[in-house]
Ligand binder design. Structure first.
Ligand code: 5GP
Length: 220
């Protein structure tokens, strides 16, 4: 049985990184996809682990060669998910987590049937700004831009499957674990048409039809 594909998005400062780290510690079967980006490493970031840091030309080549599952221009830099690692890990039965922005999430939803989109919500915009201040990795101007962008992004969360509130870290992590566990035995609406057609044509639905690997990229 192939693993499931989970997207986690949320505004800068909502705590995606912390949540994902905790998930990884508690769920050994997870694989966290490592994105490529053209932004420079922040202090403490490890190349190849946090991101694969590349230049604009290398990024362009990956786009042209169709090596990215999705990509987007976020806060002045390019970010993308290398396709190969995602499908390899899914085939191995791992649950793959993409921590990407909403433009990327929508692209993945269009190209892969079974993907679960989770949006991590902050308790308030004020709290979000506080968390960004505490992180202190960006200057004032960029922090303001990030908060503004978060406000814009909120309108798009209606396209997500689940909203998880990150007020209490334990509750947020447990909720996402529940969603991941559940996703092994249910399929998302992306596969509804296929299931209906199979039933109508006199077919029998079994757990193989719930296997992520039944539906590879772009196959509907
Ligand atoms: P940061 O620079 O703070 O690590 O990430 C900035 C934003 O880019 C975050 O919203 C993060 O989720 C998003 N991001 C990181 N990697 C990717 C990716 O591969 N694709 C897309 N679309 N967004 C990404």
């Amino acid at each position: 049985m192939g693993g499931s594909l989970i997207v986690i998005s949320g505004p800068s400062g909502v705590g995606k990184g912390t949540v994902v780290k905790r998930l990884l510690a508690e769920m050994p079967d997870l694989y966290i996809s490592v994105s490529v980006t053209t932004r420079k490493p922040r202090p403490g970031e490890i190349p190849g682990k946090d991101y694969i840091f590349i230049d604009d030309k290398q990024f362009e080549e990956m786009v042209v060669n169709n090596q990215l599952l999705e990509w987007a221009y976020v806060h002045g830099h390019y970010y993308g998910t290398p396709k190969r690692q995602v499908f390899d890990k899914l085939a191995e039965g791992k649950t793959v987590i993409l921590e990407i922005d909403m433009q990327g999430a929508m692209q993945v939803q269009r190209s892969v049937d079974d993907v679960v989109l989770i949006f991590l919500l902050p308790p308030s915009i004020k709290e979000l700004a506080n968390r960004l201040d505490k992180r202190g990795t960006e200057d004032e101007e960029i922090r303001k831009l990030r908060v503004l962008r978060s406000l814009q992004e909120l309108d798009y969360i209606v396209d997500y499957d689940f909203m998880v509130l990150n007020e209490d870290l334990d509750v947020a992590v447990q909720s996402i674990k529940n969603i991941i566990n559940m996703s092994k035995w249910v399929v998302t609406r992306g596969r509804a048409r296929y299931l209906i057609n199979k039933l109508k044509n006199g077919g029998v639905i079994d757990y193989e039809d719930f296997d992520f690997n039944k539906f590879k990229e772009g196959e509907r």
